[in-house]
Design a binder for this molecule. Structure first.
Ligand SMILES: *Cc1c(COP(=O)(O)O)cnc(C)c1O
Length: 451
């Protein structure tokens, strides 16, 4: 699809929709001539040149890629009306779209009846889930693994809950004995499981965690902000272990970020609760009237007030074209997965680079070889810099700090002389990377030989 054509259609649509209400004279205070705008736009475009090519497979760094053109058109079309999904009358059409998107996400993770809504981020989605967890188990703590996203520890502080950090196993999954032990103390009401850790893309054993939690009457919240879309492959047993993904269906809440794997612009997370009664912990008596609807407003089941209706519009339009099925989004995820596996085997055969850990989803971690952890750390950093600084053939990577004990568990022959070592991390979330993996590997190897 040609973005230039469809953006014109988006502007035309908004203009012709507006016509039915009769003409309005724009206020003089808003007036800007095309000449004036042209000058400002030139400056603006110049500033934006300072950016990284997230769209290109030579960008193999952080968890970021551009939105799908359908999401861009959906967002910009709806944004012209500026709907606010806080309440039905803030955006009747986009509120309906949000409900349909939430239903599709709930189906993707295997939830039957549910309540949920979009959020501006995974952070807000997790905050809301932990808040409900606190309301349901007042006085009890929340446990999460040392590999989980730092937001959980931080949000426990925000909510005044005792957070408990649990040890991980040799792969970086939460240690099940540690889960059992903390539940046994009776001090914890909710376990956070992560399906796809932000660092390594490791999937906690949700099926085992749920069984333990149920034994002690505790809740399970799944942080699937990054990995959630892999439920499509996981539930269908397409190349990844189905057990954790199928077990999400029996958990209590899930956070998932359409702005990570869902091809959405930033500002699109989601929280889902398996028990629709969770909504009552979020309801409030707003002094502002909601005059159109007897249903619960999305604003009544959300901690956030104003939210972009355009974000729901973008996701809705994307899902019409790329449904959350193996033949829709599943094709993208399967290509990411194949790229990660292919790169891992190239790394295993390399003399210059060492695979840090077998990728479980689409995050590949590796480092330039070295006899000492301090050398590995310095060479990883130098590799990242050399890749970005190369004028003709740059590559963009990211770094992951690993603590010495985790590193040693995986690479016992590297001498420990520091507390931590940074390794290189590449999130392969673009399906285009699959065809580029050989080129990418050759270039990274070449740079590694020089640092
Ligand atoms: C990205 C991420 C978050 C935070 O989500 P934001 O959308 O960046 O606020 C939380 N948990 C995990 C596992 C993540 O990958």
């Amino acid at each position: 699809m040609d973005l230039r054509y469809w953006l014109t259609r988006a502007a035309d649509f908004a203009a012709s929709w507006a016509e039915q209400f009769g003409p309005v004279q724009p206020h003089a205070s808003h007036h800007v001539s095309d000449d004036q705008f042209g000058v400002a736009f030139e400056q603006f475009a110049k500033r934006l040149e300072h950016n990284y090519p997230f769209f290109h497979p030579r960008y193999a760094g952080q968890m970021v890629k551009p939105p799908h053109p359908a999401a861009i058109v959906g967002y910009l079309t709806a944004m012209q009306f500026n709907p606010n999904n806080h309440a039905q009358e803030g955006g009747p059409a986009t509120t309906e779209m949000e409900r349909e998107c939430v239903r599709a996400l709930a189906e993707m993770v295997g939830f039957g009846p549910h309540i949920g809504h979009l959020t501006t981020s995974g952070t807000m989605a997790n905050l809301e889930a932990l808040y409900v967890a606190r309301q349901l188990h007042p006085g009890k703590g929340i446990a999460f693994s040392s590999e989980c996203h730092y937001t959980h520890e931080r949000m426990c502080h925000v909510l005044g809950i005792q957070g408990h950090r649990l040890a991980v196993d040799a792969l970086g999954r939460v240690d099940l004995d540690a889960v059992d032990h903390i539940l046994h103390t009776g001090r914890v009401g909710t376990i956070v499981a992560t399906t796809g850790t932000t660092g390594l893309g490791v999937v906690d054993q949700v099926h085992e965690i749920v069984a333990l939690a149920r034994k002690y009457g505790a809740r399970v919240h799944v942080d699937a902000a990054y990995g959630g879309f892999y439920s499509i492959l996981g539930r269908a047993a397409m190349g990844i272990d189905p057990r954790p993904w199928r077990a999400i269906a029996s958990c209590d809440s899930v956070a998932v970020d359409p702005h990570k794997h869902g091809l959405q612009p930033y500002g699109c997370g989601a929280v889902l609760f398996a028990d629709p009664r969770a909504g009552k912990h979020l309801s409030h008596d707003s002094p502002y009237t909601y005059f159109t609807d007897s249903q619960l407003h999305l604003g009544e089941i959300s901690l956030e007030c104003s939210r972009a209706g355009a974000a729901a519009a973008a996701l809705w339009l994307t899902l019409q074209l790329l449904p959350l099925t193996p033949s829709g989004f599943g094709q993208i995820l399967a290509a990411n997965r194949r790229a990660a596996i292919a790169w891992a085997s190239l790394l295993e055969a390399s003399d210059e680079l060492v695979l840090y850990q077998e990728p479980e989803l689409d995050i590949v971690t590796y480092f330039p070889s070295g006899t000492h952890m301090s050398t590995v750390d310095a060479r990883s950093d130098a590799l990242l810099r050399a890749g970005m600084a190369a004028e003709d053939d740059p590559v963009y990577l990211s770094l992951l700090r690993t603590d010495a004990s985790a590193f040693r568990r995986r690479h016992p022959l590297v001498t420990q002389d520091t507390d931590s070592a940074r390794v290189v991390r590449s999130v392969l979330m673009k399906p285009e990377t699959e065809a580029y993996v050989g080129t990418l590997h050759a270039r990274v190897e070449e740079l590694a030989a020089r640092v």
